[in-house]
Design a protein. Structure first.
Length: 458
């Protein structure tokens, strides 16, 4: 241990034991990160967070180019993927070139997705691919929304992860989070970022912490599948689509309670219960231990200052963030098109979802939800994209049923046009079967809770 580091590990430390430079390196990036990702702000009576406002602003500025950019993000990188994957470049150690050598399975997905994207953008081939209700939803509605999310989140997340905030909060909340959710205290920051910002923000943050040895596979899988819900702004959009925006406060409080209950129950059931509890870098966990004579606050300050002291240069963090965002975008967009086009085409042109959703009908009737058959189809369609239950449920007359549908669209978390793909790509220990089981568990647990609130409040 260096002399500099050893000076930071004495018990009963407080802020007076550190130099101004050490505290500034911890506090300044941390405060900026908290203001961007974790501080709710009210705009025109609607609550959101600053990072969401920044994303919306960027999306507004580049709106005329959003659709072409979405198409380009799926099509152009696929050509580079084919060149790198099937040439001598595939053996390169260059991290940028490695992005274009994802393995045979992902190469196939990128090629098929790029083809579907081109068919949708230029409107050629079978209409079921490029119609406004199938590929058009992916190209015009889903794809443009997430470009800025992926890019800004990957670049700015080090403000939360690399300068000591997670260590500080982790020390303060360790007992609470371990008792309630079986998670380390630092997960509180991760969960808050997930809940307040966007699904992808939380998953990116969780993946980074797992790879750096701060989470076990079980921790990462639990957080990613139980806290990475859609943002407050997107939740408001879902409620607006289904025609219940006047109930937003009551509805969102119901969603929060439901989400917490799911986060307590689901990790205690298979498959999450059976995930590995080992760490990539066990020394990271040992370094989180409290020294004799320290209280939670002084431990948090010590660990935070140490973490900020180890932070990479701004240039290194920026480079890492750009690589991560590029990798996400060129992987997600083609996969999104494959799953989105096929899933939405099945919903639009067949009765498969109506048939598969029949077992849900008696359950919904037991919960006294009117128009149970329509609701069951809308619920099951949520596995394709979280927006589907609200789109299909908007025609349902019962406000009680629509209240529940919008709530499940948020609390289900797992959907395949975005979250499921990101989770599979993250390699934190989740496979396709795991995701389907977690999705089913969350829907089945959420329904009676949301139904109770719907009957009580609507």
């Amino acid at each position: 241990m260096s002399e500099k580091t050893s000076s930071l590990v004495k018990p009963e430390q407080d802020f007076s034991n550190y130099t101004l430079a050490q505290l500034a390196k911890f506090l300044i990036p941390t405060i900026i990160g908290v203001l961007l990702f974790l501080t709710p702000v009210s705009i025109d009576g609607k609550f959101t967070v600053s990072i969401a406002l920044l994303i919306d602003y960027i999306n507004t500025v580049i709106k005329p180019m959003m659709v072409p950019a979405t198409a380009a993000a799926a099509i152009i990188p696929t050509f580079f993927t084919l060149i790198v994957s099937y040439s001598s470049l595939r053996n390169s150690d260059n991290p940028f070139l490695k992005i274009f050598n994802p393995g045979t399975g992902w190469v196939i997905i990128r090629v098929v997705g790029a083809t579907l994207m081109a068919m949708t953008y230029f409107e050629f081939g079978p209409e079921w691919v490029w119609s406004r209700q199938t590929g058009g939803v992916m190209l015009y509605d889903v794809g443009p929304v997430v470009i800025a999310i992926y890019f800004l989140s990957a670049i700015l997340l080090p403000l939360l992860t690399d300068y000591g905030l997670m260590e500080f909060v982790g020390s303060l909340l360790s007992k609470i989070f371990e008792k309630l959710f079986g998670l380390p205290g630092r997960a509180a920051v991760d969960c808050a970022a997930s809940w307040l910002s966007a699904s992808s923000v939380g998953i990116i943050l969780t993946t980074q912490q797992y790879r750096e040895g701060y989470y076990s596979s079980k921790d990462a899988c639990t957080i990613a599948t139980n806290f990475s819900i859609v943002s407050i702004a997107y939740a408001y959009l879902l409620l607006s689509i289904i025609g219940l925006k006047d109930y937003f406060i009551e509805w969102y409080l119901s969603v929060i309670v439901t989400g917490i209950i799911c986060a307590i129950i689901v990790p205690r059931l298979p498959p999450l219960r059976n995930k590995s509890k080992t760490y990539n870098l066990d020394s990271r966990r040992k370094n989180m231990a409290r020294l004799e004579g320290e209280n939670a606050f002084s431990t948090g300050v010590r660990l935070a200052v140490q973490r900020a002291d180890r932070a990479s240069s701004v240039f290194t963090l920026l480079k890492r963030g750009i690589l991560a965002s590029v990798d996400l975008i060129i992987t997600i967009y083609p996969a999104m098109m494959v799953i989105g086009c096929i899933g939405l085409a099945v919903i639009e042109y067949t009765t498969i979802f109506q048939t598969l959703s029949q077992p849900l009908v008696p359950y919904l009737q037991l919960l006294q939800l009117p128009e149970a058959e329509k609701a069951a189809t809308a619920l099951l369609a949520g596995i394709v994209d979280s927006i589907m239950p609200t789109i299909l449920g908007a025609s349902i007359e019962s406000e009680v049923t629509r209240f529940v549908l919008a709530g499940v669209a948020v609390t289900q978390i797992i959907y395949f046009t975005e979250v499921a793909i990101v989770l599979l790509r993250a390699k934190i220990g989740l496979n396709l079967i795991d995701l389907l089981i977690v999705y089913a568990l969350r829907v089945l647990i959420s329904l009676p809770i949301l139904a109770f609130f719907a009957h009580l409040l609507v």
